[in-house]
Design a protein around this ligand. Structure first.
Ligand code: ADP
Length: 222
């Protein structure tokens, strides 16, 4: 990906919320002058949400520009999953997502950098949570096994899945099907890059239920 592509993508993602913030601020001032304080407060809330979203873009970009790979350690798979779930717990509760975890053997470990693997799992779970947003019984299953002397971690959801033509594109920088301002399309690019740096592999498949299944393979201590 060239610097030009990246700046075009960022520009697009930042301009939309910036324009919105500007008009909310304008509304806010006018409501305030007219003494319509509830309306003014509502507009301020929108500004707050938009700035949070813009901050998220910053967090993603920081990860994208990180060059050196962190130190590789032996990490318990269970701990890595728990850490990611803790970060996402407000969203999981809010969306009433059922999370099913199945790790066998229970004390399975992989070689990874703890910050990076956390980010990978958070990325995949965030996408899964987003995918099940419109589903009646949202379920995300997290399964870990030993596969051919590698540790295999699968994250599956019962969302709408990924269409055949998009399956090849989802790891490309700036590919997103999310609404403007909601996704920068860098999550899976970063995820794949991190996994490769840790001598692993990431694969995507379609679940029998039509949802998405992401499979990560990482070296495991024998
Ligand atoms: P973003 O989340 O900003 O869109 P990603 O790189 O994380 O960027 O994801 C790229 C695209 O891959 C998403 O916009 C979506 O179309 C698709 N995708 C990723 N995970 C899932 C999933 N679990 N279910 C359905 N589609 C998914």
């Amino acid at each position: 990906e060239t610097l030009g592509q990246i700046s075009a993508g960022i520009n697009h993602e930042l301009n939309q919320p910036l324009a919105a913030i500007s008009s909310y601020a304008d509304n806010c001032r006018q409501f305030f002058l007219k003494g319509r304080y509830d309306d003014a407060a509502w507009n301020m809330e929108q500004i707050g949400e938009l700035t949070d979203r813009m901050a998220q873009i910053g967090v993603q970009l920081k990860a994208f520009s990180r060059k050196t790979s962190g130190e590789i350690e032996i990490i318990p798979v269970h701990g890595a999953i728990d850490g990611a779930l803790e970060i996402l717990s407000p969203t999981i509760k809010k969306n009433k997502v059922n999370i099913v975890i199945d790790i066998d053997p229970e004390d399975l470990e992989f070689f990874a950098n703890h910050v990076f693997i956390q980010q990978v799992i958070v990325n995949l779970l965030s996408n899964a949570i987003h995918a099940v947003e419109t589903v009646e019984n949202p379920i995300i299953r997290i399964v870990a096994r030993v596969n051919d002397s590698m540790a295999q971690l699968e994250i599956m959801d019962n969302g709408p899945g990924i269409s055949k033509e998009n399956l090849d594109k989802i790891f490309e920088p700036f590919f997103t099907t999310k609404k403007s301002g909601h996704g920068l399309g860098l999550g899976l690019t970063i995820t794949e890059r991190i996994i490769k740096e840790m001598s692993g592999k990431i694969i995507v498949e379609t679940e029998r239920n039509g949802g998405a299944r992401f499979i990560i393979l990482l070296p495991t201590p024998l």
